[in-house]
Design a protein around this ligand. Structure first.
Ligand SMILES: *Cc1c(COP(=O)(O)O)cnc(C)c1O
Length: 408
């Protein structure tokens, strides 16, 4: 038998069933009308942001990285909770604007921004996190043509990465950002161009659970920002320190120690060098804010036994849950937190694998794990489904189509 990942805090049992936001899974499915269904809990989002704010220095602003979950009701909820939105495409710009977010709270990073995307962002008044000198040239030319003052920041490719992170996005040769040693020259050019100088964006990695690694990266990031600001010859107005706070997905994972990170950052803020003494700092988080707030509900359509192994076959799968199937940025497949939602209070009595409905052996949501006896019609819950689920899975693969989504 293989272990399952830890079920996040904040979920209850009502009448023996999993409850999300105080409502039974079967009632939520009935309201949505069908499975598979992503349910996101607004109470969970609010609690998460409140916990984060309580732990971090007041000076630190909090941004939401939209790519983790761009579902419109989630964006609307987040617009009342965070201080800014980080987007990575013109499509996300349109989604965030449709959610009523003030464009001045939006910053746009991402390699390969097309001219049309640069134009839309500049016209809206969003900040561009420039990923290359060439992109800076294009942005300045487009702004000139539009008669707009562009708001420009530089995404720095730092010379370090976030240790232990699931996805490294800094250190060495990267398609992201501008190598640190070339940043001051570009910053001087932007300052001289008459653009609104918005500072640096320094993102070193994602999905780290080790507070010591995050603290170390933040210290290096502050040091780098201060040095580059000094070499740029201007005080730094704004600095995005990146993020990288992870959530526990797998057996043995433990939550990040927010208090330790907040304390270290608070101390660092008290002894800042002159070039960043007045800087407005933020962090940008995706999965940490929304990941544990989401549950994917899918119904068992068949139960079969093959060579003594029980398979629970559901109407969902990797086309909505690529990460849970182990095919999105993982080397060794391990089980996410998965449960039989309709028998949530029942003890595990058998070993079974939960597999999706796609015609590929990759489509496995839980491998040889312990569950209560479940049958056709039962609901399965995959937890930690709030980030990189619906938005990062191949929904068109095999023609089953996208899942339903709801915010409760
Ligand atoms: C993906 C990404 C994020 C969000 O990462 P999470 O692991 O979801 O917090 C933040 N910033 C940048 C630049 C990213 O590419």
């Amino acid at each position: 038998m293989k272990p399952l990942g830890p079920i996040p805090a904040g979920y209850d049992t009502i009448d023996g069933e999993l409850a999300i936001g105080g409502r039974k899974a079967s009632d939520l499915v009935a309201e949505a009308g069908d499975t598979p269904l992503f349910v996101y809990s607004a109470a969970h989002l609010r609690r998460r942001v409140a916990d984060l704010r309580a732990a971090m220095p007041q000076r630190l602003a909090l941004h939401y990285a939209v790519k983790a979950n761009p579902y419109a009701p989630v964006l609307h909820e987040m617009s009342e909770l965070v201080d800014g939105f980080d987007i990575a495409s013109g499509g996300e710009l349109a989604l965030v604007r449709a959610a009523g977010v003030d464009p001045r709270l939006i910053s746009f990073a991402g390699p390969g921004k097309r001219d049309g995307e640069l134009e839309a962002a500049i016209a809206a008044g969003a900040t561009l996190n420039l990923e290359s000198e060439g992109e800076a040239d294009r942005a300045l030319a487009i702004a000139g043509r539009l008669g707009e003052t562009p708001r420009l920041a530089i995404r720095v490719n730092p010379d370090f990465d976030l240790k232990g992170s699931g996805m490294k996005m800094g250190g060495g040769a990267k398609q992201f950002g501008i190598d640190a040693e070339r940043v001051p020259a570009l910053a001087r050019r932007i300052l001289a161009s008459g653009a609104e100088w918005r500072g640096f964006h320094i993102f070193a990695g994602s999905q780290a659970l080790d507070a010591a690694a995050i603290i170390d990266t933040q210290a290096q990031t502050l040091k780098l920002a201060a040095r580059l600001a000094e070499e740029s010859g201007a005080a730094l107005p704004h600095c995005n320190l990146g993020g990288g706070f992870g959530i526990p997905y797998f057996p043995g994972d433990t939550p990040v120690d927010l208090a330790a990170i907040g304390e270290a950052l608070g101390e660092a803020f008290e002894t800042l060098p002159a070039s960043v003494a007045e800087t407005r700092f933020c962090i940008e988080l995706g999965r940490f804010l929304v990941g544990e707030a989401g549950v994917y509900l899918t119904r068992i359509v068949d139960r079969k036994v093959s060579h003594g192994e029980v398979f629970l076959i559901v109407d969902g799968g990797l086309h909505h849950q690529l990460a849970a199937s182990g095919n999105f940025g993982t080397v060794v497949r391990r089980n996410y937190p998965v449960a039989i939602a309709s028998r949530y209070a029942a003890p595990a009595t058998e070993e079974a694998s939960v597999v999706g409905c796609l015609c590929t052996p990759l489509d496995r949501l839980a491998d040889k794990a312990g569950f209560p006896h479940a049958d056709v019609g039962d609901l399965v819950a995959v937890f930690c489904a709030g980030a990189y689920g619906a938005s990062a899975s191949p929904a068109q693969f095999l023609g089953h189509g996208p899942a339903l989504e709801m915010l409760v």
